[in-house]
Design a protein around this ligand. Structure first.
Ligand code: NAP
Ligand code: GLV
Length: 312
């Protein structure tokens, strides 16, 4: 029996998608909403996505905060976040599977020239376009963590030549790994298709800029499924218009929803998807929440903790 309440805060999704899963697992739990939060000092657990700055600091009895996603940038950006309260994020096979599907789909799309084939179809032109064999296509994964490694495994099965870039050294069979700032340039120089799966932190904000694009081989393609804050949109447009980059698939944007006036919507070399690469699965997420509450109530640390010093 949990002895504190759980609050859903600024989750941005209809509550009825989420609460039934938790109520089924923990019928004893007192679930509160922003409209009806009750006494702040009774709230021990909070589920948040983009909480209003200061709102978590106003909960004095918090034992753990759950990010509704893998990314925690919107939560750790709040300077008033009470750092003694552990923050748990989503690391789950269902999320990895969804992201892997998105990455594989997008890599195949650019490798197999689907963009060009679709343009030809619109013109009713019957023209074959050759693609290199997968083993000659170098896919570089910027951010070789939970999602990056899962995507790499699936791409390896399709014979792509894989490399990964991370903050700390990594070893993965069949993947050429690079790390740190000094590893970035050699990593980029050999990435025909670049996939960004980095967390958004002060160290990665704006990383997809003109300098980075210039380090990619001519004709490279870029897939950003991480955060819009990684990308300098004008630099991408210039690199595409100059012909240095062949195309880009973008799932995330500095401003979401992407404003109707944003040129990326209609850019002839850009595929736009509405931050839908990998959505958190409500049942899996609530199982994680229920498991973690049980651990915390037994005095054990929560799973999938965010390191505030790193910011992810
Ligand atoms: P993760 O497991 O924490 O992996 C992050 C990777 O990035 C790690 O390999 C880390 O290096 C590396 N990294 C972080 N900062 C770095 C830096 N400054 N320089 C070099 N490498 C750096 O995160 P994840 O679960 O894979 O998720 C990644 C991101 O995907 C999330 O933060 C979120 O923003 C995004 N996401 C998007 C969607 C969507 O629908 N579009 C869905 C889910 C997640 P180390 O391994 O050395 O720490
Ligand atoms: C989605 O964007 C996530 O971070 O899980």
């Amino acid at each position: 029996m949990a002895n504190g309440a759980l609050l859903f805060q600024s989750i941005g999704y209809p509550l009825e998608l989420w609460t039934p899963h938790l109520s089924r697992l923990r019928p004893d739990l007192d679930i509160r909403t922003e409209e009806n939060p009750g006494r702040a000092d009774q709230i021990h657990y909070c589920i948040a996505w983009k909480p209003k700055p200061g709102s978590l600091a106003a909960l004095p009895a918090l034992k753990v905060v759950f990010s509704m996603g893998a990314g925690v940038d919107a939560i750790v950006a709040d300077a008033t976040y009470p750092r003694h309260v552990p923050l748990s994020r989503v690391v789950d096979p269902t999320l990895s599977q969804s992201m892997t599907e998105y990455v594989v789909m997008s890599v195949l799309y650019w490798h197999r020239r689907m963009h060009d084939l679709q343009s030809l179809q619109r013109l009713r032109k019957w023209r074959q376009i050759a693609s290199p064999r997968a083993e000659n296509v170098r896919v570089g994964i910027l951010g070789f963590g939970a999602l990056g490694q899962a995507a790499a495994t699936a791409l390896q099965a399709l014979n792509y030549r894989l490399s990964g870039w991370s903050q700390t050294p990594k070893q993965a069979q069949g993947v050429t790994t690079f790390h740190g700032r000094e590893g970035l340039e050699p990593f980029l120089n050999q990435a025909d298709i670049l996939v960004c799966l980095l967390p958004l932190t002060p160290g990665t904000r704006g990383i997809l800029d003109a300098r980075l694009f210039a380090s990619l081989p001519p004709g490279a393609c870029v897939i950003n499924a991480a955060r819009g804050g990684h990308l300098v949109e004008d630099d991408l447009i210039r690199a595409l218009d100059s012909g240095h980059l062949r195309g880009a698939t973008l799932d995330v944007f500095a401003t979401e929803p992407l404003p109707e006036t944003n040129p990326l919507w209609v850019h002839p070399k850009v595929v736009v998807t509405p931050h839908s690469a990998a959505a958190t699965d409500p049942a899996a997420f609530m199982a994680h929440v229920a498991r973690t509450i049980a651990r915390v109530d037994q005095g054990l640390p929560p799973e999938n903790l965010v390191d505030f010093a790193r910011g992810y």
